[in-house]
Design a protein around this ligand. Structure first.
Ligand SMILES: Cc1ncc(COP(=O)(O)O)c(C=O)c1O
Length: 452
């Protein structure tokens, strides 16, 4: 065991050391070699050292280099050193984080992280947090709490009686709502198409002046950080309107929530702490390993009622916070360990530095691309940049060639009718040199496409 783990650590360290020197995406040959991992179902055991060597030899070259500083696709973070190391130790611990009795350390670290996150993000200190797999599940969990609370007000117990014949719930979303919110609504029986959609402005912000009349049967889903532009819905105005009407506000703050750690950026979130529930991503901008998200609900009882299981004689209950009563899962890995390591290793100032650096780097991308004659389509308020390289066809070709070139990786999107390339700067490891090297490749490729 000891030798095997030492071998795994050596291989992992070599992978990290070498990854900067290879293309961000694997070559077609290395992807084709993956078949060497397959074959018929093994009838008998294999030597763990041999299979680890095979996994490294064949698997490592077929990875996408998201853990280093030149991957700008989707919204993808890397893994902070302290979190990766904590993840390895936690792997050895193999803790089930469901119940306090199964893992006192996992439960204790979740308690701590809950307190730290609420303080860091300026959310109400008596709120409850659930440690889930991703923002999609955080949206699901926050909206489950909303559904439960709204129906409880009219005397309906949705956990016991379901939605059959239940009083109607209205759901309001912005035109630029993230698909994960719609997926969560569909899983909750609230439907993706039954929503009332509020128009957005040119940056994708929900227009508060176009909100319908709100009431206490309404859930308003707002967004902090548009996946394309990084823009924030006007939380202050929307939360004030919702509060006066008794409506519930849920915030999809996947990556935008982290703006709260920077006094420069925090004004973008003004008023967001008056909402009722928040979905926050940790595997993106907090740079912890997958899979990690947090749901926060202002009144703990709403989250607990929505997600706790019924009783069973062999399962423990206690007066302390029982982690599994705040998540859709029961048994799960102890992802609070890596969150604790990330926050403890960076501290408030380190987190602020990382978030502000990534935002400055996004502005650097935008400045360099504009200076080279290309069109930046959004106001770069956070870490997202949208750029057009000319006609839709030219932009598609530039994106394809950037992806094939391997210096960096960016994906495409359609923004208000314009074909664009998305640049998302979300990795702790991104240096200004990474940005300069990547933007030089983008400009070289875009100029050659333009000239062709
Ligand atoms: C605004 C927003 N919400 C939700 C999500 C979904 O996040 P996850 O993949 O962690 O479920 C994303 C992903 O980029 C996002 O940008």
């Amino acid at each position: 065991m000891k030798e095997l783990l030492a071998d795994a650590a050596a291989r992992a360290a070599r992978y990290i050391a070498e990854i900067d020197h290879r293309p961000v995406v694997p070559s077609a040959q290395n992807v084709a070699r993956l078949h060497a991992l397959g074959g018929p179902l093994p009838e008998g055991p294999s030597d763990p050292a041999e299979l680890l060597a095979l996994l490294d030899d064949v698997g490592s070259p077929a990875t996408v280099a998201t853990t280093r500083g030149r991957y700008f696709g989707f919204v993808i973070g890397g893994t902070l050193p302290a979190s990766l190391a904590a993840n390895w130790l936690a792997g050895a611990w193999d803790q089930n984080a469901a119940m306090r009795v199964m893992s006192p350390v996992a439960a204790h670290l979740e308690d701590l992280v809950q307190t730290w996150i609420l303080e860091l993000l300026g959310l109400p200190s008596a709120s409850a947090a659930g440690f889930v797999t991703c923002t999609t599940m955080a949206n699901f969990s926050g909206l489950a709490a909303a559904r439960s609370a709204i129906l409880e007000r009219v005397g309906w117990n949705v956990e016991e009686d379901g939605l059959f014949d239940a009083p109607a719930i209205r759901v309001v979303v912005g035109e630029e709502v993230h698909v994960s919110v719609l997926k969560a609504l569909s899983m909750l029986g609230l439907g993706r198409s039954r929503v009332i959609t509020v128009p957005a402005d040119g940056q994708g912000r929900m227009r508060a002046d176009a909100l319908p009349v709100l009431d206490q049967h309404t859930i308003v889903c707002i967004q902090a950080g548009n996946v394309n532009t990084g823009a924030f819905d006007p939380a202050k105005e929307i939360c004030a309107r919702a509060r006066a009407a008794g409506a519930w506000v849920h915030v999809d703050g996947a990556f935008g929530s982290w703006a709260a750690v920077s006094p420069q950026l925090a004004p973008l979130l003004e008023g967001v702490n008056a909402a009722n529930s928040w979905a926050i991503d940790c595997h993106k901008w907090l740079n912890v390993p997958y899979d990690s998200g947090i749901v926060v609900v202002r009144e703990p009882e709403h989250l607990r009622r929505a997600l706790s299981a019924g009783s069973a004689a062999y399962l423990t209950q206690s007066a302390a916070r029982e982690p599994w009563q705040y998540t859709p899962d029961a048994s799960r890995r102890a992802r609070g360990i890596e969150l604790w390591a990330a926050i403890r290793s960076l501290g408030r100032s380190g987190l602020r530095e990382m978030v502000e650096r990534n935002c400055r780097q996004a502005r650097l991308f935008a400045d360099r691309l504009r200076a080279a004659g290309f069109t930046v389509l959004n106001d770069v308020v956070l870490n997202q940049v949208l750029v057009s390289f000319g006609t839709p066809d030219q932009t598609h070709r530039v994106i394809a060639e950037i992806q094939a070139d391997g210096t960096c990786w960016c994906g495409g999107t359609l923004w208000h009718g314009h074909t664009a390339m998305r640049i998302s700067v979300s990795c702790w490891a991104t240096t200004d040199q990474d940005v300069e090297r990547s933007v030089a490749a983008m400009i070289r490729i875009a100029n050659s496409v333009k000239a062709a």
